[in-house]
Design a binder for this molecule. Sequence first.
Ligand code: FAD
Length: 392
Amino acid sequence: GEPRIHPDKCIGCVKCVKGCPGNALEMFYTPEELAILATFEKGAGEVEEADEDERLRREAIAAYHGVWVFVEQTEGEPARVSWELMGVGAQLAQSLQTELCAVVIGENVEHLCHEAFAHGASKAYLLDQPVFRHYRTEAYLEACCTLIGTYQPEIVLMGATGMGRDLAGAVATRVKTGLTADCTGLDVDDRRNLRQTRPAFGGNIMATIMCDRFRPQMATVRPHVMPLPERQAGATGEIVREEIPLAEADILTKVLEIIRDKKAGEVDIAGAEFIVSGGRGMMAKENFGMLQELADELGGVVGASRSAVDAGWMPHERQVGQTGKTVRPKIYIACGISGAIQHLVGMQDSDLVIAINRDREAPIFDVATYGIVGDLFQIVPAITSQLKQLRQ
Ligand code: FAD
């Protein structure tokens, strides 16, 4: 709607002007307003005080060092995203000339420290106590905050999984710092600030967010967004063992039973190497059978755009994109998908993208390695039959 300014609330600080990502705001003052603003100008003493505060803040920030990756695990099984984060974490650590550290919390999880070294960490902080057997916010929050308080990391990365999202938000709130969720790009600027890039405003723009006043800088990244670094078997590092005085009786939440929600036969598109996705151009649910045939030939799975999911042609767990899953297969074949930005952010890092669309102007072609302009109802079966022939 129409933007409105509340004259009794606006103090003319121009934060909105500076903060508007579209540079869409300007502020004009009448001569009378300028006169009023002048009366608010700070005296010299106040300016000096502010400078001193700023200097102390900078000093406090400079005490923070190291890039940390939280190693997510369930019953000792690591989440792949943790190793993906090690890859980008190593790049950040190198740019900052600092160390890459793993944070391993659980029970009987020391093996994950060695796995972290194999994925690039040079140090692992290990909290191995029975109270950490199952993930519970209170226990892991306590563990992370104790470690952060003691060792003061500059950057803390977590996977944007159920666990990571829960923990990162809780930790950032407790240690009073900023958190950027679902980053798609991470790098550092020349003032050691983490540049955290993620889609904003419904995916219509990419925003780069910084947390320059607080440490650590915290970010979550979805699975499959960052490439998996190569595993260096036998790599070693330093394990720093910590123990915190936390007893089972201190934790109010109890895990009584673990019920796996994955239904038999459910497909995991996020981990698939070959994905054949259909969009609104598929016209009907029955036509997805054609995509399944092609996927079967490739040994892959069928994905979908949100339009296809909203139409009820595919279940939500098959949706690729901003509000679906992020995928990074070897080959992604987009059939009858226009390539809206919210779809592209979920698949544009695939190794190879093949787009089939009858509209040659469709934006999907901008990210495609190979583009086929034409009717998918002819092209898809033709590819499938070629593959069948090749196999025989
Ligand atoms: P359309 O844009 O309608 O494209 C259909 C395409 O099919 C057209 O390019 C057409 O040329 C082609 N076509 C039609 N018939 C044929 C034929 N016979 N042969 C070849 N080509 C044909 N979308 C997602 O996909 N994932 C998300 O996670 C997601 N999240 C969103 C989050 C928000 C906050 C918002 C606002 C939107 C989101 N969307 C998401 C929706 C997104 O903006 C698009 O509306 C959606 O991706 C469009 O789907 P589509 O490409 O299948 O349909």
